[in-house]
Design a protein around this ligand. Structure first.
Ligand code: S3P
Length: 171
């Protein structure tokens, strides 16, 4: 079984993904880490040295490569992965188990206020501008996330509750 988690930065894809994988006895793969390992550079380094377009091209090529292997795992994607280069269609061709972790702009803003520097797309945004930026960005991306067959409203729920909800919807 391949379970793919999608959602905005800070929605908990990696945390929930690790817990879900443990629960289901499946391996876990963080797609950002996969890209970092393959390129030998961190995500901020890739954006700074080679730019976002290079990142999006590489992200698409590596997603194709990974999915072609027919992997059995819980895969946490990057926040932008489903929104570029036909990646969501590609994903849906490989698995029906695509899960969108949905959170409000307010909750995402609170979660993203710390560790901004590690996220190149928001590293330069001031605290005052962050809610407006996230609101617009999420509005652009929502149509892609909405193509996931499963949506979980994460707001106010702990990791264990989110994992349990996903498991219930998978069977
Ligand atoms: C991005 C999200 C990041 C990472 C890159 C771009 C995005 O992943 O792939 O910085 O476009 O939303 P996380 O969602 O794991 O932070």
């Amino acid at each position: 079984m391949l379970i793919a988690l999608v959602g905005y930065m800070g929605s908990g894809k990696s945390t929930v993904g690790q817990a879900l994988a443990k629960d289901l006895g499946l391996p876990f793969l963080d797609f950002d880490s996969f890209i970092e390992n393959r390129l030998g550079q961190s995500i901020p380094e890739i954006f700074a040295a080679r730019g976002e377009l290079f990142f999006r091209r590489t992200e698409h090529e590596l997603l194709k490569e990974l999915l072609a292997e027919g992997p059995q795992l819980v895969l946490a994607l990057g926040g932008g992965t489903p929104c570029y280069a036909g990646n969501m269609d590609l994903l849906l061709q490989h698995t029906p188990h695509v899960v969108y972790l949905q959170l409000s702009v307010g909750a995402l803003t609170r979660r993203l206020e710390t560790g901004q520097a590690q996220r190149p797309l928001i590293a330069h945004i001031s605290a005052e501008e962050l809610p407006e930026f996230i609101g617009k960005h999420l509005f652009e991306r929502a149509p892609f996330y909405a193509q996931a067959p499963i949506t979980i409203r994460v707001e106010g729920q702990g990791v264990a509750a989110v994992v349990a909800e996903i498991k219930n919807l998978l069977v």
